[in-house]
Design a protein around this ligand. Structure first.
Ligand SMILES: Nc1nc2c(ncn2[C@@H]2O[C@H](COP(=O)(O)OP(=O)(O)OP(=O)(O)O)[C@@H](O)[C@H]2O)c(=O)[nH]1
Ligand SMILES: [Mg+2]
Length: 451
């Protein structure tokens, strides 16, 4: 799904990650690449232009959060804007009334019949009693196709073979639904190669008769920008309530998905991701943005980091570490901050590639160890934490007793602390060096994240 767009944006992000500062010129460079990627994905040029402008305004205007690298912040801005572009939130179907009617419309081959069946299955799972209505009177095989699909899913299909009056079919279907106590009707209509007046007129008459709560435009995601023109036409004539994007499992470049909401102003409600009835999902703009950006859930991670870390403290800590003044008190507050960010598994899972990292690791062990370390550190007096040299054998024994562990474990924590302090001194030097080369070390202001 959107492989090419995804790959290009991820390249831009790779460069952005190392960004030490957000400035007009480096933002412009990155955004030029983003714009090209969008245009190549067949996104409407006005949509691409507005998108870039919005990101730029935010990037240059945004208060820089100290604990997050500027490049990462920029990635988050692009992500958020992409979510807005895709529609912000999942838009649910509004099916009030009994019966509730759904009218499917769209071009020839866009997936109306398949989607009608998928939606029928989905709504049946939600507890609705659905009646599929074969309202395509032009293609002889169309009614058979819907009938077969309905039979497979064990969902009734209203068919009047040979009938050419769509309005008559619709009236009879409504009567039949009442008789059979079906509370939801899905009308599968005919498609055309191009949108034309007779088709539109027929759909308008059908709509006026059945008064659907939902008029869904079925859009083939592979159609690119052209899909947006089609969508505008359908919307003008029928005032659609939303779209279903189909064939997202293919090599769709993404243009239709990314342009629809902002050009037509209606939400994408569902997506089709395969030919089978179960290849169908509600459309979630945020999840889609994350898929396109292929970034795990770095956004949530940045948000959590911003919430959990007191920024001034974090900076003071970094300073201390560079100078080698890191104390056991600092060690303790680091442990606690990490705990505030939530379970380790959650944090690692959100990092790009984190899911792979998690496969072999036993993080519950690390978490237990964290807790034990915290217990040991808490059993020390503030004076001992500030001046670890005070910790002679007698004091270590007292601490072990106080925290319910062996002296060896207390020694172990202290050894790790020493190692960490050493590592940090080195890291401080290394960070300075890396900065010279434009690189940046991971850790987001939280050194000591070792799993
Ligand atoms: N891979 C994939 N194929 C799909 C999807 N949705 C529909 N198709 C396929 O697209 C083709 C056309 O689907 P139909 O449902 O017949 O399209 P239609 O809009 O009803 O076509 P007409 O009635 O001729 O206008 C079929 O071969 C479907 O199996 C999808 O989400 N993914
Ligand atoms: Mg059809």
């Amino acid at each position: 799904m959107f492989d090419s767009l995804s790959g290009r944006l991820q390249n831009v992000f790779r460069n952005l990650r190392g960004l030490g500062k957000i400035s007009e010129s480096n933002v412009s460079d990155a955004l030029r690449d983003v714009r090209m990627a969008l245009l190549d994905a067949d996104v409407n040029f006005k949509v691409a232009r507005d998108f870039i402008e919005a990101v730029k305004q935010k990037a240059l205007g945004e208060h820089v959060v100290q604990s997050v690298q500027p490049g990462q912040q920029m990635i988050k801005i692009i992500h958020d804007e992409l979510v807005t572009l895709l529609g912000s939130e999942n838009a649910e179907l509004q099916l009030i009334g009994n019966p509730a009617c759904v009218l499917m419309c769209g071009l020839h081959g866009s997936g109306k019949t398949t989607t009608s069946a998928k939606l029928a299955k989905w709504l049946t799972k939600q507890g609705r009693s659905v009646l599929l209505v074969a309202a395509d009177v032009y293609r002889p095989a169309a009614m058979d196709q819907l009938e077969t699909l309905g039979a497979k899913l064990e969902i009734p299909v209203f068919v009047q073979k040979g009938e050419t009056d769509v309005l008559k079919i619709a009236r009879d279907a409504l009567d039949f639904a009442q008789l059979q106590q079906r509370n939801t009707l899905i009308f599968d209509t005919a498609g055309r190669l191009q949108i034309d007046e007779p088709l539109v007129q027929e759909l308008v008459r059908l709509r006026d008769l059945v008064k659907p709560q939902e008029t869904l435009l079925v859009l083939d995601a592979a159609t690119g920008q052209e899909a947006v023109n089609v969508a505008s036409h359908f919307d003008k004539a029928l005032n659609v309530t939303g779209a279903v994007l189909t064939k997202l499992d293919g090599d769709a470049r993404g243009g239709a998905a990314l342009s629809f909401k902002s050009v037509v102003g209606k939400p994408i409600k569902f997506m089709g991701v395969g030919e089978k009835p179960e290849d169908f999902e509600p459309f979630h703009p945020d999840r889609m943005a994350q898929r396109i950006l292929g970034m795990g859930d770095i956004v949530t991670l940045v948000e959590k980091a911003v919430e959990a870390v007191d920024q001034e403290k974090a900076m003071a800590l970094e300073e201390k570490m560079r100078k080698g003044n890191f104390t056991l008190d600092d060690f303790l507050s680091q442990l606690r901050q990490m705990k505030e960010m939530g379970p380790l598994e959650g944090i690692v899972g959100m990092l790009p590639g984190g899911a792979d990292m998690l496969k072999g690791a036993d993080l519950s062990k690390s978490e237990k160890e964290f807790r034990r370390m915290e217990g040991i550190l808490c059993a020390m007096t503030p004076k001992e934490r500030a001046t670890p040299q005070l910790l002679n054998a007698k004091r270590r024994q007292r601490i072990a007793k106080g925290s319910g562990v062996s002296v060896a474990e207390v020694n172990n924590v202290l050894r790790r602390f020493d190692e960490m302090r050493e590592m940090m001194k080195k890291l401080g030097k290394f960070q300075k060096m890396a900065a010279k080369f434009g690189g940046k070390l991971p850790g987001m202001g939280m050194p000591g994240m070792r799993f």
